[in-house]
Design a protein around this ligand. Structure first.
Ligand code: PMP
Length: 366
């Protein structure tokens, strides 16, 4: 019996507003088929592994020094990628990077949210938006989507105009439902917003809709487009998220970011991975085709898949999603119960993984 083992949360002087809250918790279970966190199922090709290894080896001689605090070279590379992939010219001064887009979002809330301020999102959406809001003591204002999970832009604009949040989150494609918002509808929200609008484009590469970057020039004091290398880029383990916005937004984030937040190793590895963007992103078309195949097959089995523009599919209907989720796990397939009534979410994997998922779907109770 050690005293350190006896202490519980209740014994700690935890902030009152954090008491009773749950941490983000996608289960990490060791099962054969893991389709629960929207990763790219294809491991990095050998050339990329070699290049990352070489790049890390080269900078390892400098590990006694702090890294470039402003990650200039990496931001140049990210700006070049964004410019060429979207056709919207952005430069280093319009790009900022951090350890995953979750950290980017946290910095945005630290700078533009906080006590006495509010953030609004259209639910169901990415669960970290309210969690990061809570962590920064930003009041969370949930707003609804339609019953089919699409965004009613006119209604969204009306709510934003009425509630006047300091920050609006629009996730496009939306996690966990999969649909994207067309730019004219996004503009309606931007017009109504009194403050910042964060378009979370974590899954943009999978989408057929144009990026919100096209609106940056029209809303330079409002729009922030957040991106990540965790999904299409197959770099979830590398932890690299980024954003594009006006240079003034980047200046604002410098006030809250921790110095040297992006390690020397992260910067070098991400730059090496970016050099292989063409090869990595070749998987995007394959995954989009697999997504459509899986959705059709689910439909054929009598499920109702929600139309998806991303690398995952929300599908129903289940009388008891929790019990059905367990039944998938028992068959060696890990998917996600995001808490949406009657539904579960599956990430698109390799064709073999998807087949295993579809086989399990035949057996699962509804
Ligand atoms: N935004 C959305 C919509 C996501 O789904 C995720 C990952 N699940 C993230 C942001 C954060 O990803 P990361 O921190 O790995 O960039």
């Amino acid at each position: 019996e050690h005293a350190v083992d006896e202490v519980t949360l209740d014994d700690l002087p935890l902030r009152d507003d954090l008491r009773g809250r749950s941490p983000y918790g996608a289960p990490q279970l060791d099962v054969p088929v893991r389709l629960n966190t929207n990763e790219n199922p294809y491991p990095p090709p050998p050339e990329l592994v070699d290049d990352v290894t070489e790049a890390v080896r080269a900078v390892a001689t400098e590990l006694h020094r702090y890294p470039d605090r402003d990650a200039v070279a990496l931001r140049d590379d990210l700006a070049a990628y964004l410019s060429s992939s979207t056709g919207v010219e952005v430069g280093r001064r319009q790009v900022w990077a951090a350890n995953g887009s979750n950290e980017v979002l946290q910095q945005i809330l630290q700078a533009f949210g906080g006590p006495g301020r509010s953030a609004l999102g259209f639910e169901p959406s990415y669960s970290m938006h309210p969690i990061i809001s809570a962590g920064t003591r930003t009041e969370w204002l949930p707003a609804p989507r339609r019953d089919d999970f699409t965004l009613d832009a006119a209604e969204a604009a009306r709510i934003v105009a009425e509630r006047r949040p300091d920050i609006v989150f629009v996730t496009s494609p939306n996690n966990p439902t999969g649909g994207s918002i067309p730019l004219p509808e996004l503009e309606a929200v931007l017009e109504a917003a009194p403050g910042i609008v964060v378009v979370d484009e974590a899954y943009a590469e999978f989408s057929s809709q144009p990026s919100a970057l096209h609106l940056l020039d029209r809303y330079p004091a409002k729009l922030i487009v957040s991106r990540t290398m965790s999904k299409a880029f197959a770099f979830a383990g590398g932890r690299l998220g980024y954003l594009a916005a006006s240079a003034a937004v980047v200046d604002a984030l410098q006030l809250v970011r921790l110095p040297y937040h992006l390690s020397l190793l992260t910067q070098a590895a991400a730059r090496a991975a970016l050099r292989h963007a063409d090869a990595t992103l070749a998987s995007v078309a394959k995954l989009a085709a697999e997504r459509d195949r899986v959705a059709d097959a689910l439909q054929g089995l009598g499920f109702r898949p929600v139309p998806s523009d991303a690398n995952f599919i929300l599908f129903g209907r289940f009388a008891n999603p929790g019990a059905s989720w367990k039944s998938y796990v028992e068959q060696g397939v890990l998917i996600r119960d995001t808490g949406i009534e009657g539904h579960l979410r599956v990430t698109v994997g390799t064709p073999e993984e998807n087949d295993a998922f579809l086989e399990a779907s035949k057996e699962v109770g509804r």
